[in-house]
Ligand binder design. Structure first.
Ligand code: GUN
Length: 303
């Protein structure tokens, strides 16, 4: 197979999903005489978070989803943020609430996530939604792992019995990813920064998910021949002698592993667009459910 054919086009899969989401937004408007509404809260100045939020809001707009953007200064207290969330929880015209992470150090992410109405928790981070996922009865599923699963299942068709290794144990990616792959009958290993002999685990993976946050750490010595590699990392490399401009790279050294893999998601253009498409999907799901409608989940077949 030519190396070009090994690159998984995340934008293609995102468009494929959004083509199904879009008509649901139009139908919602006709049925309830209001647009589906997503509220996004950003606290502080983190430049990467600003870009992520902007992309989320742009995609919402393109799909006829109204968005409310609440930008708060870094000094915002936990109490002030809590009040914003309570007001969005109580607003019947708001369907989904997303608080962009990370939050400034003085605010407890745990308390903030707990205060979001679980029925509006389109990130799937609330303990009720997290618990439901782990019990095998998911409601809202975190967007990045959901997007990864969608891509993996489209690429591999059959994943029962495959060995999946996830590098990273975060609540946003690693843990929910493990639950999804377990439910899909994979044998799952979760590795992390304290794992001994990391390479020995990774080299056994049929499916390798890299969510370490370490630029280009995973090279060909970590990858089994014909594995499928999903790179969740987004790291900005500052300009150097070699590269005059700053550059986005993943956790995987793409150039070194491409000859060895069956398929790989690039950075950018891999997991990123799928994460946003899944957020739109979750928002539409929240809107229909909150209007008391029986929502037939278009991703059901992938779970
Ligand atoms: N920060 C990094 N990824 C995410 C995500 O999926 N949702 C939120 N709210 N914050 C994030």
């Amino acid at each position: 197979m030519k190396n070009l054919d090994k690159i998984i086009d995340g934008k293609y899969y995102a468009d494929k999903l959004l083509k199904k989401v879009h008509p649901l937004c139009e139908n919602f408007f006709l049925k309830f005489n209001r647009k589906i509404c997503l509220a996004v809260i950003l606290v502080g100045e983190d430049p990467a978070s600003r870009v992520y939020v902007k992309n989320k809001l742009l995609t919402a707009e393109k799909n006829n989803i109204k968005s409310i953007e609440i930008i708060l200064p870094t000094e915002t207290s936990e109490d002030e943020l809590h009040k914003e969330i309570v007001s969005l929880n109580e607003d019947m015209t708001v369907d989904g609430i997303l608080v962009q992470l990370p939050l400034p150090k003085h605010i407890s992410e745990k308390n903030v996530i707990n205060s979001i109405d679980p029925n509006k928790d389109v990130d799937g981070f609330h303990p009720i939604n997290f618990g439901k996922l782990y019990m095998g009865n998911p409601n809202f599923i975190p967007c990045t792992p959901l997007g990864c699963l969608y891509v993996i299942k489209n690429e591999l068709k059959q994943i029962t019995g495959k060995h999946a290794v996830i590098i990273g144990r975060s609540n946003i990616v690693g843990k929910p990813m493990a639950s999804l792959l377990l439910s899909s009958n994979c044998t799952v290993t979760i590795a992390h920064s304290k794992t001994k002999n990391l390479k020995e685990h990774c080299i056994r993976a049929d499916i390798l998910i890299a969510a370490v946050g370490c630029p280009e750490m995973i090279d060909d010595t970590y990858v089994k021949k014909d594995a499928i590699v999903v790179d969740v990392g987004i790291n900005r490399l500052e300009p150097s002698e070699e590269n005059k401009k700053s550059k986005l790279v993943g956790d995987v050294n793409f150039t070194k592993v491409i000859n060895k893999v069956k398929k790989i998601t690039p950075v950018p253009g891999g997991v990123g667009p799928m994460t946003i498409a899944c957020l739109m999907h979750n928002t539409v799901k929240a809107a229909y459910k909150n209007e008391g409608q029986n929502f037939i989940d278009i991703l059901e077949g992938y779970l």
